[in-house]
Design a protein around this ligand. Structure first.
Ligand code: A5A
Ligand code: MG
Ligand code: ZN
Length: 469
């Protein structure tokens, strides 16, 4: 992959994931193939969240006065908010914001819902579109102005301690989510000056795309009592006193789908993890004039059989050269292809082709455990894709002892450089300038016995930098 950006744009178009020709900057159309990948990705996320969360749905519009209430929060988003100012020809006396995120839409309602300690804790999430008037270069799925797949969770607790535990739990949920998708990541604490507006602290997940630039794919925020105080969210304790609640929120977006596509793809196109592939298996019948009907009948039975075992199977009966079909399914990233011709049926064999390894293999179709074997091959594909992705990811990470080494690491190896740092804002910003990078965050706190790579004062933490999307 010589130019990742070009590859990414081409594959979105060729595989019919997203059409970027929609005439509003930063807003794109999900096509059927893309929509399916998105749907299966969300199915995984919903399944993980539904164990401990409940799904809700809030309105898109937030009144100006609610959005403005939390001063730090609104300051962080003011340049990115889209406004609705008119209803038809009538100017609204209260402007309405398209949510850039939903804290200020949800929390006035939370204030009504939380009454006493028995109402707590609660954990809600919603999957919605949010709007951000991004000024940095927009890119499909990566930096969009309509985030079409914004999953935001919001939790409310009685104690600060419970909030910290919730942050840990959220980090675990996202780790499991990315693991299922085979997406590698780092988990760091964002520098204080770059945390989510209104948060006490922010934990970030970053992955690395094939060009060596990092992409923030998820964040978990401990909001402390900031919003509880602003929106007056209180509960009555057993002693009859009124206390402010503690809150967390965490979110992921379309960037997860960008990562699935970008990280697993190759020169031949998409390579989809079985968990999200629209078709996990495609069966291509190899037809000759003689015996074509038998072959088709055999393939139909096999497809039904695999579908009954819970797999997503497509039987491609089109009158096209097999080679043309192979090319298409490789480009579309179908994890497993089966080729079945008259000779295979005779020999009770099928030729399978693994998209991850680009290798053919002959398997027996006779055995009682055929479906199970296919499932275990799909599992092996998932595992192999994950291992491969982590391998490339780890090659992108270097440790640096000096600023020169850090610069060299970023220039030559791309990816992430880790180093010891004092943790001071002024030093951090100077370092970002010197190396032309962003600080992703702190990976390890409370280290001692070494010095800051930049100012040489005692180092307090191990930190990661990279060129970022
Ligand atoms: N309410 C909290 C959860 C929140 O809004 N956090 S956030 O601002 O950090 O956004 C959550 C995630 O959305 C980010 O980690 C990032 O992965 C993604 N994101 C943010 N801006 C985006 C954009 N313009 N396009 C695509 N994804 C975006
Ligand atoms: Mg932003
Ligand atoms: Zn320093």
């Amino acid at each position: 992959m010589t130019d990742f950006s070009e590859w990414f744009h081409n594959i979105l178009e060729e595989a019919e994931i997203i059409d970027i020709r929609y005439p509003v900057k930063g807003m794109h159309v999900w096509q059927p193939q893309g929509f399916k990948i998105r749907k299966y990705t969300l199915d995984i996320l919903r399944k993980l969240l539904d164990k401990t969360h409940e799904e809700v749905l809030f309105p898109l519009l937030i009144p100006e006065d609610e959005l403005a209430k939390e001063a730090i929060h609104v300051k962080g988003f003011e340049e990115e908010v889209y406004w609705v100012t008119h209803g038809g020809l009538t100017e609204l006396n209260k402007k309405l914001a398209l949510r850039p995120t939903s804290e200020t839409g949800m929390y006035p309602m939370f204030a009504l819902w939380v009454r006493n300690h028995s109402d707590l804790p609660f954990r809600f999430y919603q999957i919605v579109n949010t709007f951000r008037y991004e000024t940095k270069h927009t890119r499909p799925l990566i930096r969009v102005r309509e985030i079409t797949t914004f999953k935001e969770a919001h939790t409310v607790h009685a104690t600060h301690e419970e909030c910290e535990e919730q942050v840990e739990k959220a980090v675990q949920i996202y780790s499991e989510f990315f693991d299922t998708l085979g997406i590698p990541y780092t988990i760091t604490k964002r520098p204080q000056w770059d945390k989510f507006p209104g948060a006490e602290y922010t934990m970030a997940f970053d992955t690395i795309l094939p060009d060596g630039k990092t992409l923030q794919i998820g964040t978990v925020h401990n909001l402390g009592q900031t919003f509880a105080r602003t929106f007056d969210i209180t509960y009555e304790t057993t002693e009859g006193e009124h206390e402010y609640v503690y809150q967390t929120c965490y979110g992921v977006s379309d960037r997860v789908i960008a990562s699935i596509i970008g990280i697993h793809g190759d020169e031949k196109g998409l390579c989809l993890p079985p968990a999200v592939a629209p078709y996990q298996i495609v069966i291509v019948p190899i037809l000759f004039k003689k015996g074509a009907e038998e072959v088709l009948e055999f393939c139909r039975n096999m497809a039904d059989n695999l579908r009954n075992a819970g797999l997503r199977v497509h039987l491609d009966k089109r009158d096209l050269r097999a080679g043309k079909k192979f090319y298409e399914y490789e480009m579309r990233g179908v994890p497993l292809r089966m080729e079945i011709g008259p000779r295979d049926i005779e020999n009770k064999n099928a030729v399978i082709f693994r998209r991850d390894k680009l290798e053919k293999e002959t398997i027996s179709i006779e055995s009682d455990t055929f479906n199970e074997e296919i499932k275990s091959i799909l599992d092996d594909i998932s595992k192999n894709m994950k291992d491969k992705a982590w391998g490339s990811f780890n090659r992108f990470i270097r440790f640096a002892d000096t600023i020169e080494e850090a610069k060299k690491g970023i220039e030559e190896n791309k990816g992430i450089v880790s180093f010891n740092w004092c943790g001071d804002e002024a030093c951090g910003k100077e370092l970002e300038e010197k190396v032309h990078v962003d600080i992703l965050g702190i990976q390890e706190e409370n280290i001692s016995g070494c010095n800051c790579i930049n100012c040489e004062k005692p180092a307090k933490c191990k930190t990661l930098i990279a060129k970022t999307y």
